[in-house]
Design a protein around this ligand. Structure first.
Ligand code: ADP
Ligand code: ADP
Ligand code: MG
Length: 538
């Protein structure tokens, strides 16, 4: 019961065994002579949310830019007009769309991927920005739904990542258009905020709008989408959009690593989740008992109930943003002093902070060699950690030139390479695509199990939490004011407690075992809420 089944090993990022025939006819865009190539585009459907699922660097944002009219596709030649694009898509569902786009009959609205760049181009107060965007007279509703009341009078440049994300989503939803594009709407958001944003985006489709969304949180993508495209290929080299699939089938295909109707295997193993009934119970040795702790910042107070940690287990940490999760982890790591209580132990702790900095002069290989050169050579670490996270490809790169996702993978690797008793990982999935999230989850699980070590992992991605956790610590309270952390509890109890506060129920997919959010008000949702079983009983 390791959380997943691996049918074929070893594995190596993504390997395409066979490409579809006549692919070159479907070539949409090529960046320069030896640049990235995009094949095919997603469909756009009135009244539907079309989800896009695929790794980083596979062409998702390129497709969004083309459909939003921001990038004229060169059709892998020297095309310079939308007329040729319309011709190329003759007979395709997109022909009509491109005609309207060319004639400016439609105005697409885009929520960009990199919300951190917004303050560079938009100045002023949140209220003014949203008032300007409010073409549908929904200001009050949307502000309430995304819980923006408290920040309306803040300057855009003062906003945190999660606040920027919600403001950007609100600004897009408030616009009056037919086509809406959301590029990674869940980054920086906690689970409640993710599902609230998803609900709001779904409402657009319910009103007859066409929506396209790129998303790496599988639970959110599942909740959000009516149909999905899997994008596969070789990141940085080429990407191919699959035919559209039903959401459930599409995500299962992704987890299987195999597209049956196109006969393409894009991952050599499949991913499966463990049922609650098959999870191991706490039988291992106690690693440590930690005491009750208090941290008082004046404006924010955190109370932590003491608890026990076992060897070989992974404890997930869940709760909203601003509730004290990072503060708790910092106290255990010894970088923050508790106001009351003491962390006095002989344990060796390895800590991956939430906000990672690339303040190292040197290459990835030099950085990791300094931590433990022998592990870089060990076949165990190659198989369990380095290869799955794509680290050898980064060895020669300078640490301070890495992208967000690359830096995250290096930071997680550095943390897990250290010899320690307790591993603390604060939001390891940030900036990672789905494939990398699954690889990181699997690495954490296997290393803790096989080395009989303990990990605490702060995480918002429900599938990752489900995949890695033996138990949960649940944070409750009022974000920014006070937080309370429970002692570690069983998955059922913990998830029930956590999801009840979020107001969302989950069931399990019969084929892959993955958790799926129930649509609000559905039969299952009402049944489970009545029974108090928010976490998919099985
Ligand atoms: P995704 O959204 O799936 O992460 P993108 O569409 O952003 O992928 O990028 C796909 C590939 O195209 C990447 O390898 C990226 O480096 C490359 N690319 C993106 N924009 C440009 C550009 N303007 N010029 C050259 N290459 C680009
Ligand atoms: P989470 O990780 O759950 O998002 P944090 O532990 O980062 O939450 O923060 C909890 C609260 O404590 C927030 O309101 C934050 O602004 C506040 N806080 C965090 N660090 C400090 C500090 N050094 N001084 C004052 N307030 C802080
Ligand atoms: Mg945090």
């Amino acid at each position: 019961g390791c959380g997943i089944c691996v049918h074929k090993c070893p594995f190596n990022a993504i390997t395409i065994v066979n490409l579809p025939e006549q692919l070159s006819e479907d070539c949409v865009h090529r960046y320069g002579v030896n640049g990235f190539v995009l094949y095919r585009l997603p469909v756009i459907k009135e009244g539907m949310v079309v989800g896009i699922l695929g790794p980083n660097g596979i062409g998702k944002t390129t497709a969004v830019k083309i459909l939003a009219g921001q990038l004229l596709p060169n059709l892998c030649g020297d095309n310079d007009s939308w007329d040729n694009v319309i011709k190329a898509f003759r007979g395709n569902e997109l022909q009509n769309y491109f005609e309207k786009l060319k004639n400016k009959e439609i105005k697409p609205v885009v929520k960009p991927q990199y919300v951190d760049l917004i303050p560079k181009v938009v100045k002023g107060k949140v209220r003014d920005l949203l008032k300007r965007a409010d073409e549908r007279g929904l200001f009050d509703k949307v502000v309430k739904e995304l819980e923006l009341e408290g920040i309306l009078d803040r300057e855009i440049r003062q906003l945190s990542g999660g606040e920027l994300q919600r403001v950007a989503i609100a600004a897009a939803v408030l616009r009056d258009a037919h086509f809406y594009f959301f590029d990674e709407p869940s980054s920086y958001l906690d689970i409640r905020q993710r599902l609230k944003a998803a609900r709001l985006i779904r409402k657009l489709a319910a009103e007859g709008k066409s929506v396209l969304a790129v998303e790496h949180d599988l639970a959110v993508l599942d909740y959000l989408s009516d149909i999905i495209h899997v994008v596969y290929g070789k990141p940085g080299a080429y990407g191919i959009f699959s035919m559209p699939k039903g959401t459930r089938v599409g995500i299962n295909i992704f987890l299987d690593g195999y597209l049956p109707d196109e006969n393409v295997r894009f991952r050599p193993y499949e991913i499966r989740f463990t049922k609650l009934s098959e999870r191991k119970s706490q039988t291992g040795e106690v690693l440590v008992e930690y005491p009750s702790l208090v941290k008082d910042y004046g404006s924010f107070r955190l109370e932590v109930e003491g608890g026990e940690l076992y060897k070989g287990e992974v404890v997930g940490i869940v709760g909203p943003n601003g509730i004290g999760k990072t503060t708790f982890v910092k106290m255990l790591a010894g970088v923050e002093e508790p106001t009351e209580g003491k962390v006095e132990w002989e344990l060796k702790v390895s800590y991956k902070p939430q906000y990672i900095k690339a303040d190292y002069e040197g290459t990835v290989f030099e950085l990791l060699s300094k931590i433990d050169a022998s592990k870089l050579m060990s076949s165990f670490y190659k198989t369990e950690l380095l290869n799955p996270l794509g680290i050898p490809e980064l060895y020669d790169r300078s640490v301070n030139e890495l992208s967000g996702g690359e830096l995250q993978r290096v930071a997680v690797t550095a943390c897990l390479l250290r010899d320690a008793d307790l591993y603390l990982l604060d939001e390891p999935s940030a900036y990672l695509d789905v494939e990398q999230r699954l690889a990181v989850s699997r690495a954490i699980r296997h290393l803790m199990e096989k080395n009989e070590k303990t990990a605490l992992v702060v995480e918002h991605d429900v599938l990752m939490i489900d995949y890695i956790s033996d138990r949960l610590i649940v944070f409750e309270g009022e974000p920014g004011k006070f937080g309370k952390a429970t002692k570690p509890m069983g998955m059922r109890e913990g998830m029930n407690r956590f999801l009840a506060s979020v107001g969302i129920t989950f069931r399990r997919d019969p084929d892959t075992g993955r958790p799926r959010a129930n649509k609000e008000g559905s039969v299952k949702d009402r049944e489970q809420k009545e029974r108090g079983e928010y976490y998919y009983a099985d």
